[in-house]
Design a protein around this ligand. Structure first.
Ligand code: NAD
Length: 359
């Protein structure tokens, strides 16, 4: 079980250090190796995704990624900016499936902008296709409009397309994720308007024949957006394309109100994965021991579940996090009066203590 540890910039090194401590405490045969990425990669080797870092990520079974980016790199030309590292890794490792859980622990129900009874205990998973759809379809560009009322004017255009194999592989990931959860999958499309998503629906339905234990339903994206804020707890797993997933996963993340709590996974065809918190490098709080490391710690739990098939170890971490929250331990971003405020390291230590006491 070889893991590439890529802490990156800003709060990345602080939060990843806590997740590494948690992984090490599990006493599994893990081999961890660290490399520079993002702004740190640029400083050390002149490139946000140095060759040695990419080679390590390719050799490893999984990557634990902190975050990249800092305003001080804003004037670099685009290919050298820290954010290019994550795009490069997704491309080079063929990470086509993005898994983002949105979980709201009952103890944090007040952090949401929705009423506690609507979101308390929320536990949904959004599976977003990450490498296709209108974001990558060609042709695209700006041209002279060839027909219609605006013929002869300039127009911008993009191409929405999904190949059968592309839909099947993301559908398999989603069905298998649903099997590990409550066994319900909602495929989100716009089949009433778009040919691409009529086809999507057909292929997802056909793939579903191989998963009789998963209950599949279909929902138009506009309705899905509405249901996410009306009754989010009705969902278990949602699967959708790149653009709809981009929008819905951010909306779902915000249901929980605490960005420091949300892990994510990006997987390839063999469940090799890159695991990272859903938030960025938070340069505004970097180096001050205040960042919440739980999203990164929970990303490590996802790694154990999806890449290494270590469900029990994943649940040990998740139970430890729940216990710490139940004890009232809080970093500043989720703090409420009367709770025990800790820093990044303090939160890492609390999770470690909970892990050990449960062992
Ligand atoms: P951000 O997610 O870094 O921060 C948004 C806000 O949330 C900030 O106020 C920050 O302090 C807070 N926050 C984020 N994570 C937190 C945590 N763990 N604990 C407590 N508070 C936390 O987004 P941003 O400010 O828009 O971007 C900052 C930098 O991060 C930019 O350079 C951006 O490009 C980069 N970024 C990187 C990734 C990535 O590495 N995958 C993703 C998003 C943004």
């Amino acid at each position: 079980m070889k893991i590439a540890i890529l802490p990156g910039d800003g709060i990345g090194p602080e939060i990843v250090a806590q997740a590494v401590k948690v992984l090490q405490a599990l006493e599994l045969p893990l081999e961890l190796e660290q490399a520079a990425v993002g702004g740190a990669g640029y400083e050390a080797h002149g490139h946000p995704l140095p060759q040695a870092t990419l080679a390590l990520a390719k050799q490893a079974d999984a990557v634990l990624f902190g975050a990249v980016g800092d305003w001080k790199y804003d004037n670099l030309e685009r290919p050298l900016r820290p954010e290019q590292a994550i795009l490069g890794l997704r491309r080079e490792l063929n990470l086509f499936a993005n898994l983002r859980p949105a979980i709201l622990y009952p103890e944090l129900a007040n952090a949401s902008t929705l009423k506690p009874e609507v979101v308390s205990g929320l536990d949904i998973l959004i599976v977003r296709e990450l490498t296709g759809d209108i974001y990558f379809g060609k042709p695209r560009g700006v041209r002279t409009c060839p027909d219609g009322q605006f013929a002869g004017q300039r127009e911008g255009f993009d191409t929405m397309r999904y190949a059968e194999g592309e839909i099947r592989r993301i559908a398999h990931v989603a069905f298998q994720a649903a099997q590990k959860r409550q066994g319900r999958l909602t495929s989100v499309d716009k089949a009433n308007v778009l040919e691409t998503f009529q086809f999507w629906k057909e292929i997802v339905t056909d793939t579903g024949l191989q998963y009789p234990d998963v209950k599949l339903d279909h929902m138009y994206v506009d309705n899905a957006a509405m249901q996410l804020v009306r009754a989010p707890k009705n969902f278990d797993v949602i699967v959708t394309g790149n653009m709809f997933g981009d929008i819905l996963s951010d909306a779902a993340a915000m249901l929980t109100g605490s960005i420091g709590m949300l892990p994510s996974a990006s997987l390839d065809e063999n469940n090799k994965g890159l695991y990272e918190p859903s938030h960025g490098s938070a340069p505004d709080i970097a180096g001050r021991d205040v960042a919440n490391p739980l999203a990164t710690i929970l990303s490590a739990a996802m790694m154990l579940r999806y890449t290494f098939n270590q469900e029990e170890a994943a649940q040990r971490i998740e139970r430890a996090v729940k216990q710490v929250l139940a004890q009232g331990v809080r970093t500043a971003d989720i703090y409420e009066p009367g709770m025990q405020k800790v820093g990044t390291r303090g939160m890492g230590e609390a999770v470690l203590a909970a892990l050990r006491s449960a062992a």
